[in-house]
Design a protein around this ligand. Structure first.
Ligand SMILES: Cc1ncc(COP(=O)(O)O)c(C=O)c1O
Length: 289
């Protein structure tokens, strides 16, 4: 006998709870406070618009096509994801512009991405920090039969202090830019400069120091590339802990903050920077003991 719960029925039951008080929600459930989420959505959208910056929220936080659509409806240029499969799931659900903010190096993952570039109308982007990464991406696209100009946006990741991924400004990024431009299917879209380690530093001064250094490094990387004859269309990065700093730096043109939509408990421990928009907790677990 099949004892698996009827997920369609559970989903329909959950849909009926939307808009009703939390008292009707069964346990255990993940509960979104839609009013709080809408305010977070609007505050970040207004912040980016007022400063003339592109907003590309990180969707790894929600992994939801519906929420990605909502963010785009509020002015986001697209979304970020962390993994190939997140990108493919959102693309199949209709997301029109997706940047994978991690280096993808495994040939089988690049093959799946290349097939999506070939078959779907979505605009994809990927970050690289090695010649191997560029070569494998180019091979996967060729194997999938992807042709034409500028079929995927490629960003060079600069290590701006996180020590996780990325190259140093200077020779390494110039060499990578050469290899990207050598392949017409690849579009050199700019730099990714994300300082993850700065996001949860508690004091505004600590975060300001880290992002000040990151800004200096990212600007230097851009300068070196420009001196080598490359145009650098965009620098993308920033998270919920520091985006106010990147926004005022005149270095970044696109903000990738994601957690602001639900606002996690740890971020609430950060002492807020002056003039930072206030975000409210919007995601809860309802449970019963
Ligand atoms: C590259 C990149 N950009 C942006 C973000 C978004 O940060 P947050 O969810 O803290 O706003 C992350 C989070 O890890 C990230 O790795």
């Amino acid at each position: 006998m099949n004892t698996a719960p009827d997920t369609a029925t559970r989903w329909e039951r959950a849909r009926e709870w939307i808009g009703q008080g939390v008292a009707v929600v069964d346990t255990p459930s993940l509960v979104i406070d839609l009013d709080a989420m809408d305010r977070n959505l609007a505050r970040m959208a207004a912040f980016a618009t007022e400063r003339g910056l592109r907003l590309r929220p990180h969707a790894k936080m929600h992994k939801s096509a519906e929420l990605a659509r909502l963010q785009v409806a509020h002015g986001a240029v697209g979304v970020c994801v962390q993994k190939t499969d997140e990108a493919l799931a959102l693309a199949h659900a209709g997301a029109h512009d997706i940047l994978i903010t991690n280096e993808v190096i495994a040939p089988h993952k690049l093959r799946r991405l290349a097939q999506a570039v070939r078959d779907l109308p979505t605009r994809f982007g990927l970050v690289v920090d090695s010649a191997l990464g560029v070569a494998r991406l180019a091979d996967a696209l060729a194997e999938a039969g992807v042709r034409g100009e500028h079929r995927i946006d490629v960003y060079i990741e600069i290590d701006v202090g996180h020590g996780r991924c990325g190259v140093a400004p200077g020779e390494a990024s110039v060499v990578l830019a050469h290899s990207i431009l050598a392949n017409p299917v690849l579009h050199f879209a700019g730099l990714q400069a994300y300082h993850g380690a700065a996001q949860h530093r508690r004091l505004p001064a600590e975060r300001a120091q880290a992002i000040g250094e990151a800004a200096w490094t990212a600007a230097l990387a851009r300068e070196r590339l420009q001196a080598g004859g490359f145009s650098v269309p965009l620098i993308t990065g920033a998270g919920t802990g520091t985006f106010v700093l990147e926004a005022s730096s005149r270095v970044w043109g696109e903000l990738q903050a994601g957690s602001y939509l639900f606002m996690d408990a740890d971020y609430a421990q950060n002492e807020p920077a002056p003039q930072a928009p206030v975000f409210e907790h919007a995601l809860f677990v309802k449970s019963q003991v």
